[in-house]
Design a protein around this ligand. Sequence first.
Ligand SMILES: [Zn+2]
Length: 292
Amino acid sequence: MKDYLVRGLVNKRNARVFAVNTTNLTNKAREELGLWPCASAALGRTMAVTLMMGAMNKDQEKLTVNINGGGEMGTVLATTHCDGKIKGFVANPEVHYEYNSTKKLAVGMCVGNNGTLQVIRDMGLKQPMTSEVQLQTGEIGDDFAYYFYVSEQVPSVVSVGVLVDTDNSVLSAGGFIIQLLPEATDEDITFIENKMKGFPPVSDLIHQGKTPEEILEMIFGDEVEILAHQDVFYECDCSREKMAEALAALPDTELEAIINEDHGADLKCQFCHKSYHFSEDDLKQIQENKHQ
Ligand SMILES: [Zn+2]
């Protein structure tokens, strides 16, 4: 099944809904970034929510989520131009803990809960807008629910999950978000709360072959109206030109040091690990162009 996202409305329950299957793109991120299972889970959950947030607001051009909970995993970051393409990275992907009682991946322990979840929105204005909340558990889903409630005043259910196989490949990944509209009544809230009690983990449902639409139908039946579909991919937009721009942005003394001492530079993209080599001559050219 290919990865895609749906956006919909449940008029009868005064809610808007999003659901996404990100199995293939999470596996691609795992391969490109060398993610261990906890890192696949942390980044996979983060990317699933980031993609759904990209579908929430048509005005934003670029959306970045930056999570740092002070745990061994360090920064977990995902970024999208809200076009269905996403990329991300994990500062230290080689950490692993399991909860003793359940043998489940201890994502919250690896991420940590002593830090922040930051959402950076670029609306094409001079300054991007940043909003931030304290992490609650580091399990990602809970932290986003808290973010929507505190930062955007939108009560939300956020369910995201990644199922990892014994060979560390990703069996399934994705999630759904339910957001209450301002007209929502106590009855709507109770309905959704009751539906969520004992609701199966979303990664299990995806693994069973349930589509994003079918998962929403399990909650709302035929009351859900799907408004849009979008294919989603893991894709890095790095290029030699962008790397050259990054070099040109270095202070003169630093660029000179690279030329005179290193006689060249190898830059590695942090999102896809692709390498770009710049010879001494290339660097001199960059330096020259900078001062034209
Ligand atoms: Zn790249």
